[in-house]
Design a binder for this molecule. Structure first.
Ligand SMILES: *[C@@H]1O[C@H](CO)[C@@H](O)[C@H](O)[C@H]1NC(C)=O
Ligand SMILES: *[C@@H]1O[C@H](CO)[C@@H](O)[C@H](O)[C@H]1NC(C)=O
Ligand SMILES: *[C@@H]1O[C@H](CO)[C@@H](O)[C@H](O)[C@H]1NC(C)=O
Length: 391
């Protein structure tokens, strides 16, 4: 980003501080959380990547955004993301992306989104040294934390004021880290090599959590990884004729799902450790793996079509995924009923899938501890927007 645009950002945030009293966020909602602060990658990006790319990205075209917003928003889905459903259930507006905040006087009263599609937990240096190509530079978790600190320097004027504001915020720490494995796996690196990256990613996430806790965060949601062996991009890249690689029930690639489970186990262990170090904070683990595998096992029970491994939007092939012709590019087509698909574009999920995951999380399935233990007020909201028995 050029220095002139940085100057503009500074002046705009400053204007915001002058005109909006700092307590307005808390007064306006009266719920458990006054704001959401989000870090992550394409699973949570609400417009940061397309901004940094000057809107020239295939997700800035329909059918992206077709389902709910009816136009592309920079979200890597047909509609809303997990973070959008969580915000909605908490009575908060959808998360505004941080980077394009010069645009039209958007304020961050109820939170901010630092998540950028294609971001990694580890810094660029790590991948550069290993010869692993990244799609975009300088958007790692460390960089997102830098933006967060920059943001704080405009949002509050003393350590105490910052701590006070952040204590009532819900932090979404990811999903982040998935790309740290996607890049090497999909560039042909071996299971053994990618496995060595796992502890480093856990460490990076743990450090980031520690940083935000020191700045005042009190409630953090930390998602694990998805069952990557069920994702069309992986299924296509690692396709083999040997049926032994595949789970009989789901058709997912077993060793890739075991990789996700291994990563999630280490993350859970690290969260236990962090809880001991920070007894006054609530660290909620979000089990994205279980939330999805349950659906892959019986898709029809949850309203999805019987072949959940086929992407809704793509350019053909066994899983409707072709790396050379992705959703949004000329030659790709979109399915008629995205709400019956889990995979949107072969890498990311549909709004319907994200809704199921968010519903499960908010109802206390797939989280530890449950949201309702953290936020007694959530239940009415949850009931209002997420009828029970959806799961
Ligand atoms: C963004 O794209 C517009 C239109 O194509 C162009 O005029 C502008 O110079 C670009 N800006 C940057 C920062 O690349
Ligand atoms: C990445 O960020 C670092 C530190 O802020 C900066 O020195 C470097 O020039 C940046 N690289 C690119 C490619 O933007
Ligand atoms: C993938 O797309 C490319 C470019 O359109 C095409 O040449 C290729 O045949 C496609 N592959 C499959 C398996 O459909």
């Amino acid at each position: 980003m050029s220095s002139s645009s940085c100057t503009y950002i500074v002046s705009l945030l400053f204007t915001f501080i002058v005109f909006v009293p700092p307590t307005s966020a808390r007064q306006s909602t009266g719920a458990c959380f006054t704001s959401i602060i989000s870090f992550g990658d394409s699973i949570a990006d609400t417009g940061n990547l397309i901004f940094t790319l000057n809107n020239s990205h295939r997700v800035n075209r329909l059918p992206y955004g077709e389902t709910f917003f009816h136009h592309p928003t920079g979200r890597f889905s047909d509609g809303r993301l997990i973070a959008d459903f969580i915000a909605d259930a908490l009575g908060l507006p959808f998360l505004a992306p941080y980077l394009p905040h010069y645009d039209g006087g958007r304020s961050f009263t109820n939170g901010v989104n630092f998540a950028v599609a294609e971001a990694t937990a580890l810094n660029d240096d790590f991948f550069n040294e290993k010869g692993i190509q990244l799609d975009i530079k300088n958007i790692s978790l460390d960089m997102q934390l830098k933006w967060f600190k920059e943001f704080l320097s405009f949002m509050c004027s003393s350590k105490e004021e910052c701590e006070d504001k952040l204590s009532s915020a819900l932090f979404l720490m990811g999903e982040i880290g998935g790309n740290d494995f996607n890049y090497p796996f999909l560039q042909g690196r071996s299971f053994e090599e990618v496995r060595t990256v796992v502890p480093l990613v856990i460490n990076a996430i743990s450090s980031a959590i520690t940083v935000v806790i020191k700045l005042g965060a009190r409630t953090l949601l930390v998602p694990g990884n998805f069952p990557i062996g069920c994702i069309p991009a992986y299924l296509s890249f690692f396709h083999v004729s040997n049926t032994e690689d595949y789970d009989e029930e789901t058709g997912c690639i077993k060793w890739l799902n075991e990789f996700s489970e291994y990563y999630n186990q280490l993350l859970i262990k690290e969260l236990d450790h962090l809880r001991k170090m920070h007894p006054h904070t609530t660290l909620i683990y979000a089990d994205y793996y279980q939330a999805l595998i349950t659906i892959y096992q019986s898709p029809e029970k949850y309203g999805f079509q019987s072949s959940p491994l086929v992407a809704c939007c793509g350019a053909g092939g066994l899983y409707n995924y072709n790396f050379s012709c992705m959703c949004g590019e000329l030659g790709s087509t979109v399915c008629v009923e995205p709400s019956r698909h889990l995979s949107w574009d072969g890498v990311h999920f549909t709004e319907a899938a994200y809704r199921k995951i968010a519903t499960g999380l908010l109802q206390g399935k797939f989280t530890n501890p449950t949201f309702t233990e953290t936020c007694a007020l959530l239940e009415p909201f949850g009931n209002l927007k997420f009828p029970r028995n959806t799961f």
